[in-house]
Write a protein that binds this ligand. Sequence first.
Ligand SMILES: NC(=O)c1ccc[n+]([C@@H]2O[C@H](COP(=O)([O-])OP(=O)(O)OC[C@H]3O[C@@H](n4cnc5c(N)ncnc54)[C@H](OP(=O)(O)O)[C@@H]3O)[C@@H](O)[C@H]2O)c1
Length: 296
Amino acid sequence: MSPTIPHWSPRPSPPPSPVLWVTGAGGLIGHHLVAAATALNRWQVRPLARDDLNLLDPAAVAERFQRDRPAVILHCAALSKTPACQTDPILAHRTNVEVTRHLAELAGEGRFVFFSTDLIFDGRRGHYAENSPPNPLHVYGETKVAAETAVRVHPRHLIVRTSLNYGVSPTGDRSFAEEMLLAVRAGQTLSLFNDEFRSPITVADTVTTVLELLTAAATGTYHVAGGDRLSRWEIGELVAEHHPELRGQLRSASRRSYLGPPRAPDTTLDCGKTERFLGRNLPGLRERLGTRTANQ
Ligand SMILES: NC(=O)c1ccc[n+]([C@@H]2O[C@H](COP(=O)([O-])OP(=O)(O)OC[C@H]3O[C@@H](n4cnc5c(N)ncnc54)[C@H](OP(=O)(O)O)[C@@H]3O)[C@@H](O)[C@H]2O)c1
């Protein structure tokens, strides 16, 4: 009798992990999101910087979408600086609103995560909740309000409103700390308002929190910002603790002496909804950067 030869059927290969797009991958938050999402090992992460795909070309975007079929889009690309939007409102509207609407439509039943800003508020009150009425003072904020409205049509949207993000960008010129360093290196002394308040957060905390919200299937609008209410001047002092070349180059100033276009005095964000959803507090910049100030 010939021996029985065991029959081996090849083990079926696991299905490929879903594709995740990160637009604006060459920018501050997108760059860090790519690294953090890749480390989670749940998705095939596709970083999309401007050189990979110009989002202002709808045909190219649709063609790339059909090819990749992303299950998740983390939409970080934007004209993200207030002065640039003020200078070119048409480009700001195309980039921040029309591109966002197109991507949200393409996303269909997939997840769509949009980054918005504390600057949709006029800053007269501060400590804004997700359902506080927006009242932007400039083009940048207006485009973000319009984009939020377009995104809310999408069934599985997640709108993340964040504040000033502290961190290192691939181009070295995107975060507020990098802008301060570049200005000082150019010979400027910086006047920082001691009576204008934000909720700064590290970019590492932003991306960790956004990925937590995403994996916990959060939908709707969430505030993701630091737990401290800090003036521009206090933020500058904290940053200077880590960048000695800023020391002696910062001046405390008051908004009362300011004569330029309108600025929101207090756009701090109430992150209670996010903290309750995740069951943890969002750390402030003082906790993350403070050395002297952390213990005061
Ligand atoms: N960082 C913050 O403090 C902060 C605070 C509140 C809200 N947000 C929001 O968070 C999101 C990410 O911010 P961020 O700080 O990472 O912005 P960022 O550093 O300015 O990055 C935005 C990226 O979008 C890219 N982009 C712009 N137009 C594009 C186009 N037509 N095609 C392809 N790419 C394009 C830019 O490319 P180029 O570099 O080539 O221009 C840039 O790499 C934005 O929606 C922003 O409004 C950021």
